[in-house]
Write a protein that binds this ligand. Structure first.
Ligand code: SF4
Length: 120
């Protein structure tokens, strides 16, 4: 089974701790993570589809802009050395995390509302 996953979720889902916008959202993330592989997509993915912030196929999160989210996706793919359309497995992503995490944290985590959830 293959989940469709956008760039920044390939990184952020490594730190998923069962928290999110709603029970439906959380259960959906577990479903995504249970799939063996991820096909990298641009724009809304299998996480976004149940997100209350998804409007007109764009992210309307009050903390970010859609442009900011797309920029995060691009930066995540750059760091992971992936491209849209590739199919990857979660183990490969997890193995890359130690090599890219410092750069990612410096760039994005300080301003993120989930920072405490991810890193305590
Ligand atoms: S906040 Fe935006 S990027 Fe995150 S799941 Fe919702 S729609 Fe997708």
């Amino acid at each position: 089974m293959i989940a469709k996953v956008r760039g920044h979720h390939l990184i952020c889902l490594n730190f998923f701790r069962g928290e999110g916008y709603s029970k439906e959202y959380i259960n959906n993330i577990y479903t995504v993570l249970k799939k063996e592989k991820a096909e990298i997509v641009e724009g809304p993915d299998d996480v976004c589809i149940v997100c209350p912030y998804l409007k007109d196929n764009k992210c309307g999160n009050s903390e970010y802009t859609n442009e900011n989210i797309i920029m995060q996706d691009k930066e995540a793919l750059f760091l992971l050395e992936f491209k849209p359309g590739m199919v990857v497995d979660w183990k490969t992503i997890a193995e890359k995390m130690p090599h890219i995490l410092d750069k990612w944290k410096l760039r994005f985590c300080n301003d993120c509302g989930y920072q405490k959830v991810c890193f305590g």
